[in-house]
Design a protein around this ligand. Structure first.
Ligand code: TMP
Length: 221
C-alpha cells in the first residue's frame, strides 16, 4: 500500500496528561479542515481493544514480560493492517495515542526486555511504518505517578497493571523515552509538562504546524 499521509504519535509515561493533549490536537487539526484518523494503542481495533483489556486489567496476573510484548505487537499488527496503513494510503493524518516507542520504553526499558527483543518485533510488525513526528510528553515520574494513581482511585478504571508499577519502573520507562529522543532528535520532540494545559497545547500545535508546513507539499498533495 503506497503511503501518502502523515503519522504523528503522542508518547509519555502514565499521568502526563497525554490523552487530553491528544484530543486537543485532533480537534485542532480537524478544525483546520484536515482529515484525521485518531486512534490509540494498545487498541484501535476490536481485537486490539480486547488485548488492551488483558494488558491493563489489574486482575491479569503472572503475565510474562515476553507474553506482554507479544500481545502488544499482536494488537499492533491488527491496528496497522486495519487502521493505520489504510489511512496513510488515503493520505490522512494519523494521530495515535502511543505506538512503537511505548514498547521500547515500557517493555524494553521498564520490563528490562532490552531494545533488541523489541526491535525484532518492530522489524517484522511495523517495518517501514514508523512515525514521522512524535511528541514526547515529559514529566518526572513521581509527579506523573501521583496524577495517574489519583486518577485510578477516582475513576476506579482498569488501567491498573502499569500504573501500579513503582517509581523505579517509571524511571526506567522515562529514561528509555529520553534515550530514544536523544537518538532521534528530528522525529521526537520533547514537550515538558507540569504546567498549564493551554501552554502545553500551544507548544504542541506550534510543533505540529511547523512540521506540516515543512512536509505538506511532500505528503499531502
Ligand atoms: P494509556 O493509559 O496511555 O492508554 O496506556 C496504556 C498503558 O499501556 C500504559 O501504561 C503503557 C502501556 N503500554 C505498553 O506498556 N507498551 C506499549 O507498547 C503500549 C502501546 C502501551
Amino acid at each position: 500500500m503506497r503511503r501518502r499521509g502523515i503519522f504523528i504519535t503522542l508518547e509519555g509515561i502514565d499521568g502526563t496528561g497525554k490523552s487530553t493533549q491528544f484530543r486537543l490536537l485532533v480537534d485542532s487539526l480537524r478544525r483546520r479542515g484536515l482529515t484525521v484518523c485518531a486512534t490509540r494503542e494498545p487498541g484501535g481495533t476490536e481485537t486490539g481493544e480486547k488485548v488492551r483489556g488483558i494488558l491493563l486489567a489489574s486482575k491479569t496476573r503472572r503475565l510474562a514480560p515476553l507474553a506482554e510484548l507479544a500481545l502488544i505487537y499482536a494488537a499492533r499488527a491488527q491496528h496497522l493492517e486495519q487502521v493505520v496503513r489504510p489511512a496513510l494510503a488515503r493520505g490522512e493524518i494519523v494521530v495515535s495515542d502511543r505506538y512503537n516507542d511505548s514498547s521500547y520504553a515500557y517493555q524494553g526499558y521498564g520490563r528490562k526486555l532490552g531494545v533488541e527483543a523489541v526491535r525484532a518485533f518492530d522489524r517484522v510488525v511495523c517495518g517501514a511504518t514508523q512515525p514521522d513526528l512524535t511528541l514526547l510528553l515529559d514529566l518526572a515520574p513521581r509527579k506523573s505517578l501521583d496524577r495517574a494513581q489519583g486518577r485510578e482511585t477516582r475513576r476506579n478504571s482498569r488501567h491498573g497493571r502499569f500504573e501500579a508499577q513503582g517509581l523505579a519502573f517509571h524511571r526506567r520507562v522515562r529514561q528509555g523515552y529520553l534515550e530514544i529522543a536523544k537518538r532521534e532528535p528530528r522525529r521526537v520532540q520533547v514537550v515538558r509538562v507540569g504546567r498549564p494545559i493551554a501552554e502545553i497545547q500551544a507548544e504542541i500545535e506550534g510543533l505540529v504546524d511547523e512540521f506540516l508546513r515543512q512536509h505538506l507539499g511532500i505528503f499531502l498533495i
